[in-house]
Design a protein around this ligand. Sequence first.
Ligand code: HEC
Length: 146
Amino acid sequence: MKPATIIGSAALFLAAIQLVPYGKNHTNPPITGEPAWDAPQTRELFFKTCRDCHSNETLWPWYSHIAPLSWLTQLDVSLGRAKFNVSEWGREGKNEGEDAAGEVREGTMPPWFYLPAHPEAKLTDADASALADGLEATFGEKKHKE
Ligand code: HEC
């Protein structure tokens, strides 16, 4: 294949996948309940670094409009909200708040791939530890079986 054919096919492919509807609906669902935060600072830190995937107040970035990034963003937001959503506190089913402090202490949340595109969500060590303590005070903590 000539380079021009390869580039042309890639462009066609990228144009075609923009037509897939998945990941296009960025209407945030209504807020039906918030947890009783232990302190305003906990909520503030949480909103700084976790809100996009664990609340209904997602700020959708520009790349969330472009496939295939839109698909990955949608998947993260859907899976994240399903497990733990501070905008639907008290909903039926499971809201895994008691895992939240542990996730921050272990550094598994926010996910590593989120931070390069969201430098504003990077917490200092002091803020991360304040957030973890606040999450524990708000939601309790489940001990992890390692
Ligand atoms: C880029 C999106 C994203 C961000 C930002 C994010 N999370 Fe998550 N989070 C997820 C996804 C996706 C899952 C579901 C993962 C799974 O099922 O393995 C999840 C799962 C969780 C869970 C449920 C327990 C588990 O491991 O399944 C908790 C608690 C959690 N996140 C807390 C946090 C906290 C606290 C922050 C901020 C410090 C945060 N997350 C930031 C995407 C995100």
